[in-house]
Design a protein around this ligand. Structure first.
Ligand code: MN
Length: 452
């Protein structure tokens, strides 16, 4: 464990993260030429969930591509200078502090992300086409900044963008996202919504942008969370062609606008669900300017575990905050990988009376509309171990009394188990009765540490 966390070091950026990964044995460097279409993602998949991968030679491009910064919890915790189990609590503490005292980013006129200013030509960026059925090259790891058209409040969020021309993209604005609400109001006034698309930001900005809406409401600028994690104000960069800032330590900033009254084909795209998001007419972005570093690294993520992990750690922080407030017996939460980081929550409770597991299920479902399934287990079950959770299901769950079904509830529209986002949520109370009957006491052994 490092003494001072990397995250708090001055001048933190993606290059510093890459150096940290490299010096901690957490980086694989691929020096042979790879094609951005299919080959880069296909090769990168071999390390999914393990080390991050830097592709130094992408055919026809001079810019290296990083993948896998967010697909391994232990690696991510290392960047934040804490243990894997502590990471959601570190993030939750930071979210709570931010809710009480929102820090503000500062705006500067120049910095690394505008060392070079260019007319837009997206064909010069090594944008990978990931899965075999994808509709085109996708920007998968960009933080979008925008301002509320009515109040001016800033929003940070992550969206997928398909490259359709030199200065043109189509994008996904799923229901419930603040950016969708911003754009709806701009479009009603016949105006475009100005945005910056920031590629290659540091993990504090990315994590802040992953904050669930349930925790960061419409009127809150979630970039304050990045300030808290950094321990200093985040620096933003004034844009040249739009009235919203970019992130000063980004690799690339696309100054752009979402066009009113226009929809063009977008998709398919291999999604966090491990299904293709279908092709449809969606929102269109015109890029007005590209600013970048002199020697940038393009940041991509592989949809799947990488999204699940980054969604999960920030989601767990928020979910714990919200559910613990309602049901204080809840001690830990886990958004599982099998649940794509957003569909299945496992809650660990220390029961002090009967019936609270049910309340925890309902509280979690209400707090996090995306949840499709909630499982509650006791404090003697390791929620990070799917086999331990299954053990509780097989030996403590009573279907006649422990099952909760909530039909026709709002869920997540990308989940095909729903009908346009509406489906039946299911909850499992896999806790032992309180007080715990002797037959449900787990066996215990003497604890003896091994030598060395
Ligand atoms: Mn927001």
């Amino acid at each position: 464990m490092n003494d001072v966390s990397l995250i708090r070091e001055p001048g933190l950026d993606l290059q510093k993260c890459i150096d940290w990964l490299s010096s901690h044995g957490q980086l694989v460097t691929v020096d042979r030429p790879v094609d951005a279409k299919y080959e880069l993602a296909g090769l990168g998949r071999n390390w999914e969930g393990k080390q991050a991968v830097l592709f130094t030679r992408v055919k026809d491009y001079s810019v290296p591509v990083l993948m896998g910064l967010y697909w391994n919890r232990a690696l991510l915790a290392g960047l934040f200078g804490c243990g894997e189990q502590e990471l959601p609590f570190l993030l939750a503490d930071n979210v709570r502090a931010w809710q009480q005292n929102a820090w503000e980013p500062v705006v500067v006129e120049s910095g690394p992300a505008n060392e070079v200013v260019e007319e837009p030509d997206l064909s010069r960026l090594p944008v990978p086409t990931h899965a075999l059925g994808d509709g085109g090259p996708y920007l998968s790891c960009c933080v979008v900044l925008a301002r509320d058209p009515d109040t001016g409040v800033r929003n940070a969020s992550v969206h997928r963008f398909m490259v359709t021309g030199k200065d043109r993209l189509t994008m996904m604005l799923d229901e419930g996202r603040h950016l969708r609400d911003y754009f709806r109001r701009a479009e009603e006034q016949g105006r475009p919504l100005e945005i910056t698309i920031n590629n290659g930001v540091d993990p504090t900005v990315y994590m802040a942008a992953m904050t669930p809406a349930a925790v960061a409401p419409l009127e809150a600028d979630e970039l304050g969370i990045a300030c808290g994690l950094l321990g200093r104000p985040l620096q933003l960069l004034r844009s040249q062609t739009v009235a919203v800032e970019g992130v000063v330590n980004a690799q690339f900033i696309l100054e752009a606008e979402i066009l009113p009254g226009v929809r063009e084909p977008e998709g398919p795209f291999a999604e966090l669900t491990y299904y293709y998001g279908p092709r449809d007419l969606r929102w269109v972005v015109r890029v007005k300017k590209i600013t970048r570093r002199r020697e940038p690294v393009f940041h991509s993520l592989l949809p799947g575990r990488e999204i699940a992990v980054s969604l999960a750690v920030m989601g767990e922080a928020g979910l714990f905050e919200l559910v613990h407030r309602q049901v204080p017996e809840v001690e830990r939460v886990r958004l599982t990988e099998g649940g794509c980081g957003r569909y299945h929550a496992v809650l660990q409770i220390r029961k002090r009376q009967e019936g609270t597991a049910k309340l925890a299920i309902l509280a979690a479902m209400a707090a996090f509309p995306s949840l499709q399934m909630v499982t509650v287990v006791d404090e003697d079950v390791d929620i990070t171990d799917p086999a331990a959770v299954e053990w509780a299901m097989c030996t403590r769950f009573r279907p006649e009394s422990g099952l909760v079904l909530v039909p026709a509830a709002r869920g997540h529209e990308l989940n095909p188990a729903t009908e346009a986002g509406v489906g039946t949520k299911i909850g499992f109370d896999a806790t032992a009765p309180y007080p715990r009957p002797p037959a449900m006491e787990r066996v215990r052994f003497l604890t003896i540490p091994t030598e060395g």
